[in-house]
Design a protein around this ligand. Structure first.
Ligand code: NAD
Length: 262
């Protein structure tokens, strides 16, 4: 499939590991120039170097926290200065803690809003003017299956990620005229460190062995297995490509059929 992505500039937030890293790699494989970020400089530099040498492509990597708005601004400026544009922006961040409502705290609610909602606002604010200049752009938010179907004990995710869907739909409406397509992808249970962290906290709370928790998640999906990060990444690449040129304002789940609704 010809994606038309060669030489496009793809920013992927929170990309030193997991879904973000797989996405950065998938864009590099399409011949994109890639900009990566995460908090930990060493892990990020190692991931960037691996992608640079494997795909022989330009990679810009900067360590910062995606909840730091001035740092996001400086990063996008650095991307445009180095590569000349910011064509594609994938918003992403770590997941919030797993809890039931009464165990939540006001401070954690604020942190979840910053981490999983405001970080997307910060990136969108910075990249849209550059996309408008080129009359072409793609913004893709990585959220969760929780945008369609709440998950028990993930009340922060269930509540806060819905705001991202509202943002995605609003940006799609407002900037369609500028050739900017904005979509949301919701992973189901996908084999990353985040999932190990969730299994650990569920296991600590319930006493159920982690292995059984993983098996339960796999069995919940009609495909009867966990997702691979590359499967979400490929969907994002397709959404960014010329082959998805009439798709905007949508939520697409990559969940092996886990979502139970129509
Ligand atoms: P992960 O923990 O494997 O990776 C998270 C990445 O984000 C890492 O690179 C980390 O360094 C970076 N990061 C975390 N907080 C950051 C911050 N404040 N600033 C900058 N970088 C930061 O997680 P993942 O599985 O790749 O998940 C990515 C997102 O998708 C999370 O929000 C997660 O909740 C969500 N999600 C994951 C799954 C799954 O099954 N893996 C399912 C649904 C939703």
């Amino acid at each position: 499939m010809e994606t038309g992505l060669k030489n496009r500039v793809a920013i992927v937030a929170a990309s030193s590991q997991g879904l973000g890293r797989a996405t950065a790699e998938a864009f590099a494989a399409e011949g994109c120039r890639v900009a990566m970020c995460a908090r930990n400089k060493e892990t990020l530099s190692a991931a960037a170097e691996k992608i640079r040498s494997q795909y022989k492509t330009d990679v810009l990597a900067e360590a910062f926290d995606v909840t730091d708005a001035p740092a996001v601004r400086d990063f996008v400026n650095a991307v445009v200065q180095k590569f000349g544009s910011a064509d594609i922006c994938v918003t992403n961040a770590g997941g919030p803690p797993a809890k039931g409502f009464l165990a939540t705290t006001i401070e954690e609610w604020k942190r979840a809003v910053e981490l999983n909602f405001m970080s997307a606002v910060y990136f969108a604010h910075q990249v849209i003017p550059h996309m408008q200049k080129k009359k072409w752009g793609r913004i893709i938010a990585i959220t969760s299956i929780t945008t369609k179907q709440p998950v028990a004990d993930l009340v922060y995710s269930n509540a806060v990620r819905a705001a991202v869907v509202g943002l995605v739909k609003s940006l799609a409406n407002e900037f369609g005229k500028d050739g900017i397509l904005v979509n949301n992808v919701g992973p189901g249970y996908t084999a990353t460190d985040r999932l190990k962290e969730l299994a650990r906290s569920r296991s600590a709370a319930s006493g159920q062995p982690e292995q059984e928790i993983f098996e339960g998640w796999a069995a919940d999906a009609p495909l009867n297995r966990l997702g691979e990060p590359r499967e979400l990444a490929d969907t994002i690449v397709w959404l960014a490509s010329e082959r998805a040129s009439y798709i905007t304002g949508q939520t697409i789940l990559v969940d092996g059929g886990l979502y139970k609704g129509l």
